[in-house]
Design a protein around this ligand. Structure first.
Ligand SMILES: CC(C)(COP(=O)(O)OP(=O)(O)OC[C@H]1O[C@@H](n2cnc3c(N)ncnc32)[C@H](O)[C@@H]1OP(=O)(O)O)[C@@H](O)C(=O)NCCC(=O)NCCS
Length: 195
């Protein structure tokens, strides 16, 4: 199995007790990635386009394509934020980038920014986005990152703005969620960053 790529960013803002290390995820990380993603989908149904109920039945291996192992020019990857655990480092946050194909090949979409609640407010989300942009800049021929974010999440929109993204549109009623809290719609702000 390929060795996991080297560490390249450390997040430390509010002097957390346990600073996070950010690195690219590899095949051996997919079990931890699935656990983290399932928990984020369960806790934040409005934040993501996927829902917990259907996604929890996926296998860790089903996320292999997100690692970009077949993308020689770069621009498709998952990054993880790790803190020291009792035995091995624990994955507590993640973000991904998915490069488009064919005539959209110069663009990629930022997906799945998440940090476990016990670790929020320490700059890890901001560091993940910065690391994602830095890695995207290494990709050959990549020009633009797109993302969509729940429009009412002012704090998350601001996080992206501070990272350099600008808002170019709004998709009203982008999500229709029906769960124990009832049925509701979620608008999505559309943002982009030119690399
Ligand atoms: C959005 C998320 C990734 C941010 O992670 P994080 O590690 O807390 O982010 P940071 O610590 O880098 O904080 C980013 C900004 O939010 C602010 N912030 C952090 N925690 C906050 C809180 N509880 N209340 C208000 N603002 C807060 C920070 O102050 C920071 O802004 P500042 O640097 O100008 O002060 C995390 O909250 C999360 O996983 N949310 C649920 C999933 C989600 O919404 N994902 C986005 C999908 S598009």
């Amino acid at each position: 199995m390929a060795e996991t790529p080297a560490v390249f960013v450390r997040a430390r803002r509010l002097a957390p007790a346990r600073p996070a290390t950010i690195r690219k995820l590899g095949p051996a990380d997919l079990g931890a990635y699935k656990s983290l993603r399932d928990e984020a989908l369960r806790l934040h149904p409005e934040a993501f386009t996927s829902d917990h109920q259907t996604q929890r039945t996926r296998t860790p291996e089903s996320y292999l394509g997100r690692l970009g192992l077949n993308e020689p020019l770069g621009g498709s990857f998952l990054l993880g934020a790790f803190v020291d655990g009792p035995q091995v480092p624990q994955l507590i946050g993640s973000v991904g980038l998915e490069r488009e194909t064919k005539l959209k090949r110069h663009t990629a979409t930022l997906i799945g920014l998440m940090v476990l609640p016990a670790h929020t407010g320490h700059g890890i989300g901001r560091a993940l986005v910065a690391a994602c942009i830095a890695e995207a800049r290494r990709a050959q021929g990549l020009e633009t990152i797109l993302l969509s974010v729940t429009a009412s999440s002012a704090r998350v929109v601001q996080l992206y703005e501070q990272a350099g993204f600008t808002r170019y549109g709004l998709l009203p009623r982008a999500l229709r969620i029906a769960d124990a809290r009832g049925e509701r719609y979620v608008d999505k702000a559309q943002m982009l960053l030119n690399l």
